[in-house]
Design a protein around this ligand. Structure first.
Ligand code: SF4
Length: 685
C-alpha cells in the first residue's frame, strides 16, 4: 500500500431491522447511497484501482426505483479473473432485458482494499453504481470451481449480510450460487440459501419471477406465512433446478460415511434435477459483452459455438455435467461475431466450447469467418481444441490475419494406456504427426497439457509424459532452432458427477514425486519448458469438491483464520486450512485420499446431473480395465441417462442430417417450441 489512506466518511450501514424500505419494489423503494465518493480517495492506496471504478463500455447502471427485483451478480475472485466470465455476462444481459429487473456485478476486493473497506466500513458494492450488497434482493454468485468459497464468505461479511442462511431474515438478500461447483454445494450448505444446477438462462428468469411475486405479495400484505423468509425459500425450491439446502438433511452411518441425504420439507423433490437449455438459438447472448476497464485474463469477444460435450473424458466434470451437445447454427455464430465486434471494439474473437473443433460445421464456419475478417485487424481463435491435423488446418484458417505463434493441445496423459483409462482417445502417432504438420506450416510453439495423479497411474505412465514432450521437441528442432515446446503438468483432482468420483486423490507429496520424475527425465533437453502447478493447490480444491456438509465447519474456520483467494500463489492459505481442518475435525485423508466403494452414498446423490449413477460406476470399472468409449454423437447411444431424462433424442449435429437443437420427444420440431421471449416474457403489472 502506498502511504496512509485518508479518513473517509462512508454512508452508514443501517441496522438489519431498518432495511425493508430499500427492498420495496419499484418507486416505493428508498435508493441506497452510492459508496463511490467514499471509495475513490482510497483507490490511490491499492493495487490495480481501475478494477473498482466501473464505467465500462456496455455496462448497465440499474434504475433502483424502476426495478421490482434487484440482482447483484458476483464472481468471487478479482475483476481480472472474473470480468470475462461468460455465465455472468449472459445472465447480466438476460436479466437487464427484463423491464422489471436490474442486475449489477461485483467481484472480490483484493486484500489491500478489503483492509481499507473494513477500516472505513465500506460494504461489498456493485461495480456499476457502488450500491451495497445488503440492499439487493438476490446475490447471485457463480462458482466455476471450489476455490472461491472463502471469498464468498468474505463478500457476505463485508456486505453486512449474515454469514449463515439460518441467521438471515426476509430483508436480507437471497444468496444463490450456480456454476460447476454448485453441483456439490454441500460444503457451502449453511452459508447459501439456494444452489442452481445447470444452465442459468431460463432458471434465472424463473427465480426472478418468484422473487418478484413474493415481494409483491409482501408489499400488498398478502403473505400469510408465519415466517416469510421460509415462505420465499419454499417458493424457490419449487423452481426446477433450484436446491435449497435447508430443506435437506444428511444422515450418517456410525462409521462416518453418509447414509443418505433426505428431504425434510414437505413438497420438495427427493432429487433436484439440473436445468438444460435445449435451444441455444433462443438465447443469443452475450450481444453486448462488457469491455473491461483494465487488464483481464481474456480480452476478446467470446461466442459460445456449442454447449455440452459427449467425448466422455472421464476426468472432465464440465463435459459430464453439461451433456448433451447443443450447437449454435453457423449463421447465428456469424451474426453474434459481427454484432459483438461492432458493439465492443474487440479485435480478437474466441469461438468457445468445451472442444470447439467438434462443432459439426466448424470447417465452413471457420472459413466464412476468416473470409469475412480477412485483411482486417480482427483475429479469430479456438481456445479449446483437439489433437489432430484437422485442428492445424483450422488454426491456419483462423490465423490468416495473425502470426502463427503457438498451438495448444491437451493429450492429458503420456501413455496410450493412461489415455485409455481417462478415455482421451489420442494416439501418440496422431499427436506427433500433428506436431510435424504444425511446425512445417510455420507454427513456432506447441504447448502440451497433462495431468499426473490419475487413477491406476504408474511411474511408467508418468515418464511417458516426458517422453512425449521430448519427441515433440525433436520435431520442433528439426523445423527451426527457435521453435519451442512447453509441457504443462497439473495434479488431478477427482470431481463429483464423473466416473472418477469414487477415486482416491494423490497426496501432494506423491504429486511432487511424480513431477520430479518428469523434471529429471527432461533435464538433458533444456529447450523444453516445464510448467507445473503447486502440488498443494489441489488439496483445498479436492476437499471442497467431494466434501459433505461437515466440511462447512472447516470452510468457516479457514475464513475466520484469514483464508482468502485460495487459488492464488500470492496467498498461500494451505497452512491456515490445515489448522482449520484440525480444529473442526475434518479428516483430509478420509475425504480426499480414500477410494469409495459402489454402495457408499455420495454427498451429491440427491442432485441429479442427468447421469445415471449405475452408468458412472460402470464407466469407472471400464476405466480400470482400460476400456474406451466412443463419442455418442458419432456412435450408438451408450445410455448414460441424460437424453431420456430430458425427454429428447440425441442428434449428430447441425450437418448430420438432423436438426439441432435436439428435439423434445413428442414435438415435431424446434419450430413448435415457444421462443425464449414468449416463454419468459415478464407479466405486465
Ligand atoms: S443418453 Fe446416449 S446419446 Fe444422450 S448423451 Fe448419453 S450416451 Fe449420449
Amino acid at each position: 500500500m502506498l502511504g496512509t489512506a485518508p479518513r473517509v466518511n462512508a454512508p452508514p450501514i443501517p441496522d438489519r431491522a431498518n432495511r425493508a424500505a430499500y427492498r420495496r419494489p419499484g418507486g416505493d423503494a428508498v435508493t441506497p447511497a452510492s459508496y463511490f465518493a467514499a471509495l475513490e480517495p482510497l483507490l490511490a492506496y491499492v493495487k490495480k484501482p481501475a478494477q473498482y471504478v466501473g464505467g465500462e463500455h456496455n455496462e448497465v447502471v440499474g434504475d433502483w426505483t424502476a426495478a421490482e427485483t434487484r440482482w447483484l451478480l458476483c464472481y468471487p475472485d478479482t475483476y481480472e479473473i472474473g470480468q470475462p466470465n461468460q455465465g455472468i455476462q449472459i445472465l447480466y444481459e438476460v436479466l437487464n432485458e427484463r423491464a422489471t429487473a436490474m442486475a449489477e456485478r461485483s467481484y472480490a476486493p483484493w486484500v489491500d482494499l478489503e483492509e481499507l473497506m473494513r477500516e472505513h466500513r465500506i460494504p461489498t458494492f456493485s461495480l456499476e453504481s457502488h450500491r451495497p450488497l445488503w440492499a439487493f434482493d438476490v446475490f447471485g454468485v457463480t462458482l466455476p470451481h471450489e476455490l472461491g468459497h472463502t471469498n464468498l464468505l468474505n463478500l457476505l461479511e463485508l456486505g453486512a449480510v449474515p454469514r449463515r442462511s439460518a441467521d438471515r431474515d426476509v430483508d436480507d438478500p437471497i444468496v444463490l450460487v450456480g456454476g460447476h461447483a454448485a453441483y456439490n454445494p454441500e460444503p457451502l450448505a449453511p452459508f447459501i440459501d439456494a444452489a442452481v444446477m445447470g444452465d442459468g438462462e431460463e432458471v434465472a428468469l424463473e427465480v426472478d419471477e418468484v422473487v418478484r411475486g413474493f415481494k409483491r405479495d409482501r408489499h400488498a400484505e398478502r403473505l400469510t406465512a408465519a415466517d416469510p423468509r421460509h415462505e420465499l425459500l419454499r417458493r424457490l425450491a419449487g423452481v426446477d433446478g433450484v436446491y435449497v439446502p435447508a430443506f435437506y438433511e444428511p444422515r450418517y452411518l456410525d462409521d462416518g460415511r453418509l447414509r443418505r441425504t433426505v428431504a425434510v420439507e414437505p413438497g420438495v423433490p427427493a432429487m433436484v434435477p439440473k436445468r438444460t437449455v435445449q435451444d441455444l438459438e433462443a438465447w443469443p447472448y452475450p450481444q453486448k459483452q462488457i469491455v473491461p476497464m483494465t487488464e483481464t485474463v481474456h480480452e476478446r469477444f467470446s461466442v459460445e459455438i456449442f454447449r455440452g460435450c459427449t467425448r466422455g473424458c472421464r476426468f472432465c466434470q464440465a463435459g459430464m455435467i453439461t451433456r448433451p451437445v447443443r450447437e449454435r447454427r453457423p449463421e447465428t455464430v456469424q451474426k453474434l461475431v459481427e454484432d459483438g465486434v461492432k458493439n465492443t471494439g474487440f479485435n480478437e474473437v474466441g469461438l468457445l466450447s468445451l472442444s470447439s473443433a467438434d462443432h459439426s460445421a466448424i470447417g465452413p464456419m471457420a472459413r466464412d469467418l476468416a473470409d469475412a475478417y480477412e485483411g482486417t485487424t480482427t483475429s479469430l481463435s479456438l481456445p479449446s481444441t483437439r489433437v489432430d491435423a484437422f485442428n492445424v488446418t483450422l488454426s491456419n484458417e483462423l490465423a490468416r490475419n495473425g502470426r502463427r505463434t503457438g498451438l495448444t493441445f491437451a493429450p492429458e496423459a503420456g501413455s496410450e494406456r493412461m489415455r485409455a483409462v481417462i478415455n482421451k482417445m489420442v494416439a501418440e502417432e496422431d499427436l506427433l504427426r500433428t506436431a510435424e504438420i504444425a511446425f512445417s506450416e510455420g507454427w513456432r510453439q506447441i504447448k502440451l497439457y497433462f495431468m499426473v495423479g490419475l487413477p491406476t497411474e504408474t511411474d511408467e505412465d508418468v515418464l511417458a509424459i516426458a517422453d512425449l514432450g521430448i519427441k515433440t521437441y525433436e520435431i520442433a528442432r528439426r523445423h527451426g532452432k527457435a521453435n519451442k515446446v512447453t509441457i504443462s503438468v497439473g495434479g488431478f483432482v477427482p470431481k463429483p458427477h464423473t466416473p472418477f468420483q469414487w477415486a482416491a486423490q494423490d497426496s501432494p507429496e506423491e504429486i511432487r514425486r511424480k513431477l520430479s520424475l518428469i523434471r529429471h527425465a527432461i533435464k538433458a533437453h533444456s529447450g523444453i519448458k516445464l510448467r507445473t502447478n503447486d502440488p498443494e493447490e489441489g488439496v483445498i480444491e479436492g476437499l471442497l469438491a467431494r466434501g459433505d456438509r461437515r466440511v462447512a465447519a472447516a470452510v468457516e474456520r479457514a475464513f475466520e483464520l484469514g483464508a482468502r483467494f485460495d487459488g492464488w500463489h500470492e496467498m498461500p492459505t494451505l497452512e491456515v486450512w490445515r489448522r482449520a481442518m484440525q480444529e473442526t475435525g475434518v479428516d483430509l485423508a478420509w475425504f480426499s485420499h480414500r477410494e469409495r466403494d459402489e454402495r457408499e452414498a455420495l454427498p451429491w446423490d440427491h442432485l441429479d446431473s442427468g447421469l445415471d449413477k449405475e452408468w458412472l460406476w460402470k464407466d469407472w470399472q471400464d476405466a480400470q480395465s482400460d476400456q474406451q468409449l466412443d463419442d455418442c454423437r458419432w456412435s450408438p447411444c451408450y445410455d448414460c441417462g441424460v437424453c431420456p431424462g430430458l425427454s429428447i433424442e440425441h442428434d449428430t449435429g447441425y450437418t448430420g442430417g438432423f436438426q439441432l437443437p435436439v428435439l423434445p420427444t413428442g414435438l415435431g420440431g424446434s419450430s413448435q417450441l415457444p421462443t425464449a421471449p414468449e416463454r419468459y416474457a415478464s407479466e405486465e403489472p
